[in-house]
Ligand binder design. Sequence first.
Ligand SMILES: Cc1cc2nc3c(=O)[nH]c(=O)nc-3n(C[C@H](O)[C@H](O)[C@H](O)COP(=O)(O)O)c2cc1C
Length: 223
Amino acid sequence: MDVDTALKTRISTRVFRPDPLPENVVREILDVARWAPSGGNVQPWKVIAVSGAERQAVIDLAQTTLAANPRGEEGDRPIYPADLWEPHRSWRFKVGEDMYALLGIPREDKAARFGHLARNFRFFDAPVGLFFVIDRRMGHGQWAHLGMFMQSIALAAEARGVASCMQEAWGRVRETLAKHFALPETEMIYCGMALGYADTDAKVNSLRSDRASVDEFATFKGF
Ligand SMILES: Cc1cc2nc3c(=O)[nH]c(=O)nc-3n(C[C@H](O)[C@H](O)[C@H](O)COP(=O)(O)O)c2cc1C
């Protein structure tokens, strides 16, 4: 698969088949993705990959934590800035509405929408979950570089027929996960990622989100 195809076919998969994803495939994906660039080559990332009993332990932990505190532990790193402004606000709203339309869940059905969101904390049934760890002392540049690494993983997976969904939702149990993995004070989990094989019959996996056109975000000067 060429890079253009991988970029265009990768989507956020939200229903996975139960088929296992062997460790050697996960290792191979990480082995390719580690060639992602980072400023000064500081490689500001660590990955915790979970499968089997460890995956289940993390899922159980999230259920318990969120049952006691449904809003979660967003802390000082909220998923979105407060009062998101245009055009980002509308883009965010539209992808959500498009997704719930495919799931057949109307806006009034808060319980069903909440139920779908809760599936994040089961990795959407994917057999493997990744957690991305960054040192709290890293600055905005290193956070951007971590993002490049994550996209590299998603593309390397896509090239192998492995579907993914990045999951900032796991930030809602950040402190609980940090304790579970015995992370030092200096480290934090930024984001999760579900990895596995897509259930291509699931309607929600046909969601193809919009993008602004090049002319909406790029300015060309001096050509
Ligand atoms: C860093 C990051 C975190 C994300 N977290 C979640 C998440 O927690 N749950 C979810 O369902 N989708 C999550 N997404 C998926 C986005 O909603 C999705 O990328 C966006 O709507 C574009 O759709 P696409 O990935 O299918 O192209 C995340 C995406 C990124 C890049």
